[in-house]
Design a binder for this molecule. Structure first.
Ligand SMILES: Nc1nc2c(ncn2[C@@H]2O[C@H](COP(=O)(O)OP(=O)(O)OP(=O)(O)O)[C@@H](O)[C@H]2O)c(=O)[nH]1
Ligand SMILES: [Mg+2]
Length: 402
């Protein structure tokens, strides 16, 4: 949709194709700024697109909010952008900068040197692209589902291995899930700094309801982070040894000392309870675009070998609040976030898996108190993992002759 404002001097409360905006002022040629927002756009929108224009008579700077997080009037999801054309009464105006990854902002220098066109894309969709209820009741029901989980094939707890680059949030995820069940934020699985690999050994954590006497139906296994494309951190050989159940609890990994039958505590004949039943890859949403190129090949290689062992794989996308300001403010916005939806696609491409296997999570890192929406997201991720772990048990059910 296009609107032309001619020589209008002041625009108030106009609409971006359904997105209402703050007041704008368009000056005359001799005026000071070319266009200014009346309200501070940061206050109104959180995300600001800054554009500068050059003029022959003065050097004005103008700012305008490119996007609005929430709509005031109903609008279909498909109607996501709008074009607005300004006629700026100056000799020449050129958009120099558009500093907002969320907005497609473009300028058109018209033949009459007067037209500006820019497009704003809403970062928050009308409806969730995955259906989740953000309530205490949902949290309670997910806690019950997770803590009462029993594998299809008997009393063996589901062992889940978290696998991902250094600092992606593997230990934090375990700590966060434990925190939910403890009722307060704790750091049991040692969380480190993200520049150097922190976790060095294989460590298993039971996930169970603190008040229940029942044995844990779920064990989350923490491990050293993946290195670069050549796998300098954890080797493929050692990862597969863990999945097959040969590696003893507490084993400290060292790339130059591969797990062997001589390794202390080596499990020679692993049973179902020693093996890994599902692998959850963990990747950091804020680093998806900057991970080393070799990581994609590493994941591909890993996934082929893990699939050969009949183990299903899912993925967790962490640090989501660092890429989406709306989700940072309110985790329940996650499934309305266009940025997170897009990043899920990019994570899928990196991991070589469909986005239906990937779930976003926000781990507790700086917080001291639990938040119900964060808990629902964490528990939904655990529930998602358990569904794939159970497929392993179903696939490996003892077969009885009829
Ligand atoms: N903001 C934010 N920070 C996170 C999140 N998950 C983890 N972190 C932080 O990222 C850093 C690394 O987290 P860890 O859990 O130690 O990562 P890891 O994958 O276990 O790392 P290694 O053990 O070194 O392989 C810590 O500072 C965490 O607090 C998240 O979802 N959001
Ligand atoms: Mg760790």
């Amino acid at each position: 949709m296009q609107k032309s404002f001619g020589n209008t001097k002041s625009l108030s409360g106009f609409s971006f194709g359904g997105l209402s905006s703050q007041s704008l002022t368009v000056p005359t040629t001799s005026g000071q700024p070319a266009i200014t927002t009346v309200a501070d756009p940061k206050d109104a929108f959180g995300i600001v697109t800054t554009m500068s224009s050059t003029m022959k008579t003065n050097t004005p700077l103008f700012k305008f909010p490119a996007v609005q997080p929430k709509l005031e009037s109903p609008q279909s999801d498909t109607e996501i952008s709008s074009d607005i054309t300004f006629e700026i009464p100056v000799a020449s105006a050129t958009a120099l900068e558009a500093k907002d990854g969320l907005s497609n902002v473009s300028s058109t220098e018209a033949q009459r040197d007067k037209l500006f066109t820019f497009t704003a894309v809403r970062p928050i969709l009308e409806s969730q692209w995955r259906d989740v209820e953000w309530t205490e009741e949902k949290k309670a029901s997910l806690m019950k589902t997770v803590s009462s989980y029993t594998a299809s094939c008997g009393d063996c707890p589901a062992r889940i291995l978290l696998l991902g680059p250094v600092g992606s949030g593997k230990s934090s995820f375990i700590s966060s899930v434990q925190s939910v069940f403890k009722g307060r934020v704790t750091n049991r699985a040692m969380v480190g700094s993200f520049s150097t690999g922190f976790t060095k050994k294989l460590q298993s954590f039971n996930i169970c309801d603190q008040k229940s006497e029942d044995a844990a139906g779920l064990v989350l296994c923490d491990i050293m982070g993946l290195g670069d494309g050549e796998m300098t951190g954890l080797t493929l050989h050692d990862i597969l040894s863990v999945i097959k159940g040969h590696v003893p609890e507490g084993h400290k990994f060292s790339p130059d000392q591969p797990v062997r039958s001589e390794t202390q505590g080596y499990v020679k004949k692993p049973s179902l309870k020693h093996k890994i039943h599902c692998v959850a890859f963990v990747v950091d949403a804020s680093k998806i675009l900057t991970y080393p190129k070799g990581l994609c090949a590493t994941f591909q290689n890993l996934r082929e070998h893990i699939s050969d062992l009949g183990v299903h794989q899912v993925a967790l996308l962490t640090h989501i609040e660092q890429i989406c300001p709306e989700t940072a403010k309110d985790v329940s916005q996650v499934y309305k976030s266009r940025i997170i939806k897009d990043m899920m696609g990019k994570a899928g491409a990196l991991l070589g898996m469909s986005t239906s296997y990937i779930v976003p999570v926000k781990n507790y890192s700086l917080e001291l108190d639990l938040d119900v929406n964060t808990d629902v997201l964490l528990l939904s991720a655990v529930d998602h993992i358990l569904q794939y772990a159970d497929l392993y048990f179903q696939d490996n059910m003892p077969k009885f002759d009829v």
